[in-house]
Design a protein around this ligand. Structure first.
Ligand SMILES: C[S@@+](CC[C@H](N)C(=O)[O-])C[C@H]1O[C@@H](n2cnc3c(N)ncnc32)[C@H](O)[C@@H]1O
Length: 265
């Protein structure tokens, strides 16, 4: 049976056929569904002469996964999964910027702690093509190899579903090409930052809201080019943090599209 569906905060819920005549009854029934692992929204939907006569339950099946957001200080991806009911934890060498479940330390030490999914944001400064002029030096002193090995250790972790992101760079040759490249402006943020996603048992992200590419950069010869968002930031001590925070639109898309099955019955 296909149930009527409706979007709440970008997530599709399905309506149960039962009608409740009081909100109390609907709430009572909701308790049972919540214990069964559903997220329940109760919506009043019929009126007669200004009087509410029925309440409906809208259900979303939650798999309630235990999710590790590796190398994240911002809490942005963690919170996108957490608000959909998952047991999501960020991990970084730094403190979390906003309150939430966070493990401060080396992520390699907690990869075997029983996660269902990992979304990883490993450092890119020794890997990305925008720093290619320093590659010879970083290859000579081993920094690039260490960064490659860190990335591969994350991808090869014994976790059923894995996504790791990084900008275009040496990983394509040293490891393998990403499964897809994405852009923030595909997900509602007016900015360009080409980002590769390496995926294990997760589908490619589908654009949710394609908007303007953001700032235009006019070259000396007058030619206009879309400027990468990272180039538009003024120097500041926090510049690397601003540049590396995940865009909210991408975080929402990850949580919506990877955050578990939505059940139609
Ligand atoms: C490119 S930033 C990613 C930031 C992320 N997108 C966010 O929104 O917070 C890389 C992060 O990896 C962290 N990191 C580096 N090595 C790590 C390790 N071994 N364990 C945990 N975090 C690590 C750094 O502290 C840095 O915050």
């Amino acid at each position: 049976m296909t149930l009527p569906s409706r979007m709440f905060n970008g997530v599709e819920y399905f309506r149960r056929p039962q009608i409740y005549h009081t909100k109390k009854d609907a709430n009572e029934a909701a308790k049972w569904w919540k214990d069964e692992g559903y997220k329940v929204r109760i919506i009043r939907s019929s009126h007669k002469n200004g009087k509410i006569i029925a309440w409906y339950q809208w259900l979303m099946r939650i798999e309630n996964m235990r999710i590790l957001i590796a190398c994240e200080f911002s809490g942005i991806v963690r919170d996108a999964f957490a608000k959909r009911g998952h047991d999501a934890w960020s991990c970084d060498l730094l403190d979390t910027e906003r309150p939430g479940q966070h493990i401060k330390g080396n992520v390699l030490d907690i990869l075997d702690d029983g996660w269902d999914m990992m979304v990883a944001h490993p450092p890119c400064q020794h890997l990305c093509v925008s720093g290619a002029r320093w590659w010879a030096e970083k290859q000579a002193d081993g920094r690039q190899q260490a960064a490659i090995e860190f990335f591969i250790a994350l991808m090869e972790a014994d976790i059923p579903k894995i996504a790791a992101e990084n900008p275009p760079g040496i990983l394509t040759k040293a490891y393998r090409p990403p499964d897809q490249y994405i852009q923030p402006y595909w997900f509602g943020d007016e900015a360009q930052k080409k980002t590769g996603l390496w995926l294990k048992n997760l589908p490619k992200l589908v654009p949710t809201n394609i908007v303007d590419r953001g700032k235009i950069w006019v070259q000396k010869n007058g030619r206009k080019r879309g400027a990468a968002w990272t180039m538009c930031l003024p120097p500041s001590p926090d510049r690397w943090k601003i540049r590396s925070r995940t865009f909210e639109g991408i975080a929402e898309a990850m949580a919506e599209q990877w955050g578990g099955k939505i059940d139609s019955e």
